[in-house]
Design a protein around this ligand. Structure first.
Ligand SMILES: C[S@@+](CC[C@H](N)C(=O)[O-])C[C@H]1O[C@@H](n2cnc3c(N)ncnc32)[C@H](O)[C@@H]1O
Length: 351
């Protein structure tokens, strides 16, 4: 690719910089006009880039964000945690209070398919070509092994997303300042159609309160949770749940192990089309989730129950759970966050 693309900028289209490939099948492609002059870079292969015209169109359309809105949060230093986000006013449950676009995207398999020094060159180029390179490079790092800055920043701050039918790492610079909590007060939703990652309040957040999200799948047992946070993000979890008494932690772990087992059972029942058993297992799941205070996810579980009852041709129960799901999903952002809200509304109209 390095050789095929000339020095003439018109041959780089739709990118604003000459694609840089570090003698690998992967290249760093940059559009520096994305979102004003913030820019976006993607590390992928030329073949994948060429086969994703819709994605390319999204990344190369010069999105200009609406005139500066007053952000309902501030960034502050927190002893022992680096920086963090704090509510500048009351943020209501369900409010979408932060929207962020990616600065760097990379195919998840890329680090395993190139030499480390080549990967580093690709990352370096992908970041240095951005208008907000400095902002990206100042994000948190967690390596204790002296990893290069770019690699460390990516490892500490990226989310796993699906984009253009591929798993990618994505760095959202504003969201990157949000710290982890096992029982967070906010969650993120990435919308592939707009490539916006939204942050939504799980519950009312009071002025001055720290805004948190969960870095992990909610519901991991304590040891797994602590190991993952330590290994990838380099910190010791001290949240309420991680600091509870040994007895409380053991009880929570038992429920979480059971939640995991029941989730698997639900899938197996559905695969066998045994909807009645799937419903029974899902009802146990809802019960465990409430006991484990993982209630923010209840709406999605009610939705699963509505769909299972529908599959079991019990329309009355399907509607009951669709209604419960709607109440919950609407309180957590409604159709701006959940694609299924409209479908659930239609289900309630069925006769
Ligand atoms: C994505 S960044 C979050 C923002 C970061 N604190 C900063 O200064 O930009 C992830 C890093 O923040 C720190 N961090 C996040 N959550 C934490 C927590 N609950 N306790 C201690 N450190 C935390 C860790 O250093 C972690 O590697």
């Amino acid at each position: 690719m390095d050789d095929k693309v000339g020095l003439d900028p018109s041959s780089w289209a739709p990118w604003t910089h000459r694609p840089y490939c570090a003698e690998t099948p992967y290249c760093a492609f940059t559009n520096s006009m994305f979102r004003g002059n913030n820019g976006v870079s993607i590390i992928t292969t030329s073949e994948i880039a060429a086969s994703s015209p819709e994605l390319l169109a999204k990344l190369t359309t010069p999105i200009v964000e609406t005139a500066s809105v007053e952000f309902p949060y501030t960034v502050r230093d927190i002893p022992g945690k680096g920086k963090g986000l704090f509510a500048a006013r009351r943020i209501a449950r369900g409010e979408v209070f932060l929207e962020d676009y990616p600065s760097v995207l990379a195919d998840v398999e890329f680090p395993g398919r190139v030499r480390r020094d080549q990967g580093q060159l690709l990352l370096q180029r992908a970041i240095e070509q951005l208008g907000q390179a400095e902002e990206v490079l100042s994000l948190a790092r967690s390596s204790t092994a002296g990893a290069p800055v770019q690699e460390d920043v990516m490892r500490t701050n990226t989310f796993g997303i699906t984009l253009g039918e591929r798993s990618r790492m994505a760095l959202f610079p504003k969201i990157s300042r949000i710290n982890h909590a096992c029982s967070p007060n906010a969650f993120t939703r990435f919308a592939e159609s707009t490539i916006v990652n939204k942050v939504i309040a799980f519950r009312d957040i009071e002025p001055g309160e720290e805004i948190t999200i969960s870095y992990l799948e909610v519901g991991l047992p304590s040891q797994e949770r602590q190991r993952a946070l330590h290994n990838r993000w380099g910190f010791q979890c001290t949240c309420e749940l991680c600091s509870a008494s040994a007895g409380e932690i053991a009880a929570s772990d038992r429920r979480r192990e059971r939640i995991r087992a029941v989730r698997q059972e639900v899938l197996e029942h559905v695969q066998r089309r045994d909807f009645n058993s799937a419903i029974k297992a899902n009802e146990e799941l809802v019960d465990l989730i409430v006991k484990e205070k993982m209630a923010p996810h209840l709406g999605e579980h009610y939705e699963v129950l509505a769909r299972l009852y529908l599959a079991a041709t019990d329309l009355k129960s399907a509607k009951k759970y669709a209604q419960l799901a709607l109440v919950d999903l609407e309180a957590n952002g409604g159709s701006t966050v959940y694609d299924s809200v409209e479908e659930l509304r239609q289900l309630l109209e069925w006769r």
